[in-house]
Write a protein that binds this ligand. Sequence first.
Ligand code: ATP
Length: 258
Amino acid sequence: MDLSVTDLSVSLGHRRVLDSVTAEFRPARVTAILGANGSGKSTLIRTMAGLLDPDRGHVRLDRRYLNRISVRERAQLLGYLPQDASVHWNVGVREVVALGRLPHRSPFAGPSQADAMAIGAALAATNTNHLAERDMHALSGGERARVLLARVLAGEPQWLLADEPLASLDPVHQLGLLDQLRTLAAGGMGVVIVLHDLIQAARAADDVLLLKGGRVVAFGPAREALAHQPLRDAFGVEVMVVPDEQGRLLPVPIGLSA
Ligand SMILES: Nc1ncnc2c1ncn2[C@@H]1O[C@H](COP(=O)(O)OP(=O)(O)OP(=O)(O)O)[C@@H](O)[C@H]1O
C-alpha cells in the first residue's frame, strides 16, 4: 500500500508553507524527512495524516484519495504521532495504550482478545511493559513519549507517521526506537519519521526526503540524499562522510558552507 503526495501545496495563516511537494513513500521502508527549522516537515507529515487540507494537490493511499477515505478507516491505516505529544488528563498507561484500539472497536463492544494482544505487543515493542500500571502524570518525558508511541502501535497501522519521535529520548532509547522502527518496516509497515539528526537518519532510514522552504531539495535513497551537495542545499552545512562499522555512510556536520 503506497502513500504518495502529488503537487502538494499547503498554507498556514496566509503563508505558503509547502510548495508543490511530490513524493512516493514506500511500505516496508523507513523514510526520514529532514530540513531546517521551519522548512515544513511537520506540515508535510500532518497533511499526510489527513490533519491539514492542502490548497492544491493531494495525498493518496494506494491510489485512493485520502480525503475520500472515512475517518475511521484512515485511523486504522495511518498511525500519527505528533511532535511534543502530551496528555492533559491523568490516566493509567494501559488505558492510554488501549485508546489506540478505538478505530478497530465497534461502539459499546468490550475489548477483544485481538485488542489485548495488540496492546501487549505495543507495550513490548516500546519497552514500556514495566510502566503499564503507572499513571501518565507519574512518568518522565521520555517514558511518556514511548507510551504515546505504544498507543499508536496498538492500532496496528499500515503506516506510522511520527514527528520527531526521538526528541525526548536518551541515547539508549533513541537507538532502541530506531531499531524498533526498522523491525516494524521489516514486517511490512511503512514508516515515515521527521528527524533532525543526520547521523541517526543515515543509520535508520532507507530513504530520505530533504525539505527547504517548503520545497523538496532531494528525495531518494539515504546514501544519495545525505551526500555533500544536497545537505549543502538543504541546510547550508558542510559534512564529512564517515563509514560506520557496517559500511553505511554517516554525514558528520563539520561547519557552515561558505
Ligand atoms: N499556524 C500557523 N500559521 C502560520 N504559519 C505557521 C503556522 N504553523 C507553522 N507555521 C509556519 O510554517 C512553517 C513550517 O512549519 P513546520 O512546523 O511545518 O516546520 P518544521 O520543519 O516542522 O519546523 P521545526 O524543525 O522547527 O519543527 C514555519 O515557518 C512556521 O513558522
